[in-house]
Ligand binder design. Structure first.
Ligand SMILES: NC(=O)C1=CN([C@@H]2O[C@H](COP(=O)(O)OP(=O)(O)OC[C@H]3O[C@@H](n4cnc5c(N)ncnc54)[C@H](OP(=O)(O)O)[C@@H]3O)[C@@H](O)[C@H]2O)C=CC1
Ligand SMILES: O=C(CO)COP(=O)(O)O
Length: 320
């Protein structure tokens, strides 16, 4: 399988570094300047400083070059995925597209696999998701991810092709469960960061993680996901990482909300748009997702953290 990574952000660069340990990999950066700088310095100073690009990794800003390979890993933010597919549809047609983003599209409520199907119905698609910080992957530290593909044979082939020395892949055919888990955990991570930032304590975070997981299940199972998928790397596993580490941008946004300080709006924080998308979807589906609703209220400045906590603590008492 010949491989390109489309998107030279932190995650795309980290994946390309790890995959280049197995053979040639092409990494596409949309900016000519960034590709030139990366080729000159053998580093992605803008998005993933401190990690050397191996010789088997080539960087290009020519999509025609990157699209010569058959399997393309799409490592752009969720809200940019459709633009990427529409901008380069001709080049991407007929390819195997592995989405590496975690989120729900705000304008449609769709996850990455559904957006690919919407834009390029004939593409063969899969999703790579799970607990893994870009800097850990790039540093060669051990990670385990889920490779979800509805086509079981293609999933097996991708699992073999994308497994590396420090990136162990488990496969699944449950693309709905994998995409919902990866998207929804970011919303819960914002909530967890907020309670820690506000000094509300570790017990409150554990409660939010547990009840947040119940919300993740409620939404994902209603959409047809398998419960085991939510309990796996793409759901529980990624929630555990993202809700407890300052390495996570979603968690750090939450910390800022809890502390009442500004957060750099240029940082990719998938959970912000996803919270709004999920809240809208929950309303349409008549699902109760109170933590997600509070995160939306915090993000929009409609709720204070105290008001959000009071709203959650005074809900009608119920069975677990
Ligand atoms: N960072 C991490 O640790 C992990 C990230 N992920 C997921 O990976 C996805 C990408 O995140 P990450 O790499 O961290 O984000 P970054 O903010 O580091 O990089 C985003 C990249 O997307 C590119 N991009 C943005 N819009 C477009 C577009 N319209 N067309 C082409 N390229 C575009 C940017 O290019 P430019 O620089 O030119 O703006 C940049 O290279 C997210 O969904 C995230 O959840 C998953 C696991 C771990
Ligand atoms: O998804 C991630 C870890 O698995 C990365 O988290 P952030 O996007 O919050 O940084």
């Amino acid at each position: 399988m010949t491989l390109s990574v489309i998107g030279a952000g932190a995650f795309g660069t980290a994946l390309a570094i790890s995959l280049a340990g197995r053979g040639p990999v092409c990494l596409w950066a949309r900016s000519v300047e960034q590709a030139a700088a990366m080729n000159a310095s053998r580093e992605n100073a803008a998005r993933l400083p401190g990690h050397t690009l191996p010789p088997s990794l080539t960087v290009t800003s020519e999509i025609t070059v990157a699209a010569q390979n058959q399997t393309l890993l799409l490592a752009v933010p969720m809200q940019k995925l459709r633009d990427l597919l529409l901008d380069h549809g001709e080049m991407l047609r007929g390819k195997t597209l592995v989405a590496c983003c975690k989120g729900i599209e705000l304008s449609t409520g769709l996850g990455p696999i559904a957006v690919i199907a919407d834009c390029l119905p004939e593409a063969r698609s899969a999703l790579l998701t799970g607990p893994s910080f870009a800097h850990d992957i790039a540093a060669g530290l051990p990670t385990a991810l889920t490779l979800a593909c509805a086509d079981a044979d293609l999933g097996k082939a991708l699992q073999q092709a994308l497994n590396t020395g420090n990136l162990r892949l488990y496969r699944s055919t449950d693309t709905i469960g994998a995409e919902q888990g990866g998207a929804l955990k970011n919303v819960i991570a914002i909530a967890c960061g907020a309670v820690i930032g506000a000094g509300l304590g570790e017990s409150a975070r554990a409660a939010l993680m547990t009840r947040g997981y119940a919300e993740m299940q409620r939404m994902a199972l209603a959409l047809g996901a398998q419960p085991e998928t939510l309990a796996g790397l793409s759901g529980f596993g990624d929630m555990a990482l993202t809700c407890t580490s300052e390495g996570s941008r979603n968690y750090r946004l939450g910390l800022s909300l809890g502390r009442g300080v500004a957060f750099d709006p240029s940082v990719t924080v998938e959970g912000a748009a996803t919270a709004h998308a999920v809240a809208a979807k929950a309303r349409d589906m008549n699902l109760d997702l109170p933590i997600t609703a509070c995160v939306v209220g915090l993000l929009d400045g409609r709720l204070t953290l105290n008001a959000a906590m009071t709203a959650l603590l005074t809900r009608p008492l119920k069975e677990e």
